[in-house]
Design a protein around this ligand. Structure first.
Ligand code: AP5
Ligand code: MG
Length: 194
């Protein structure tokens, strides 16, 4: 099974590109943000706790995220030929946990694609999406906090994968198709090395 991580700041296009990649390569798009939002929508007690983290632009605690991801990987349908992890790992502790989770299942990360988008463009995209998304975190105060948390806790994850030779920075500005083409050259190369 091919395993790729797509990462980048809030609004960098992880979800948009994951959907395009999933369709082109017949991979499964696993977004931890989407998983959490569906738990919130269910109205459960856990969902209420999760909502308070998301609405404040804070990360959900590592252990909860690791359990959630582990469960999702263990319930993958057997015909799945690969997954795109969107939004996980978001801390170095999650990256270390992911390595253990995958190794235990005889899997490994094949590539990490980091979408590089200018700060002002991120804010424009998120505020624009906020007009229709209904997401509790698409407002300027929460966006500012999400970007701060990203810089402090998630950017260090890049070094973890740079050291393992799996890191690929991709220019995330331009049209959706231009960005997809750049990502595809990373996927084609890393899939052929598998
Ligand atoms: P998550 O849902 O992952 O949100 P995020 O990382 O903040 O990123 P977004 O989903 O907002 O942006 P995106 O990069 O997917 O961009 P998109 O394609 O939508 O996480 C939300 C929260 O959940 C976190 O803050 C945290 O609380 C929690 N969480 C999730 N995972 C966690 C974890 N592992 N650990 C702990 N907590 C976790 O694009 C954005 C907009 O731009 C869209 O409107 C899109 O149409 C538009 N757009 C896309 N591409 C382009 C382009 N090329 N040109 C112009 N516009 C574009
Ligand atoms: Mg997203």
């Amino acid at each position: 099974m091919y395993v790729m991580i797509i990462c980048g700041a809030p609004g960098s296009g992880k979800g948009t590109q994951s959907d395009l990649i999933a369709e082109k390569y017949n991979l499964l798009h696993l977004s931890t943000g989407d998983m959490l939002r569906s738990e919130v929508a269910s109205g459960s007690e856990l969902g209420k706790t999760i909502d308070s983290f998301i609405s404040n632009g804070e990360l959900i605690p590592d252990e909860l995220m690791e359990d959630l991801l582990c469960h999702r990987i263990d319930t993958l349908e057997p015909h799945i030929k690969g997954v795109i992890l969107d939004g996980f790992p978001r801390t170095v502790a999650q990256a270390e946990a992911l390595e253990g989770i995958l190794t235990d299942r005889k899997l490994k990360v094949d590539a990490l694609v980091d979408l590089d988008v200018r700060h002002d463009e991120l804010i424009i995209r998120l505020l624009n999406r906020g007009k229709t998304s209904g997401r509790s975190d698409d407002n300027i105060d929460t966006i500012t906090q999400r970007l701060h948390v990203y810089a402090e806790k998630t950017m260090p994850v890049n070094n973890y994968y740079i050291n393992k030779g799996m890191y690929h920075k991709v220019e995330g500005m331009g049209t959706r198709q231009e960005i997809l083409d750049r990502i595809c050259s990373v996927i084609d190369k890393t899939m052929s090395q598998k």
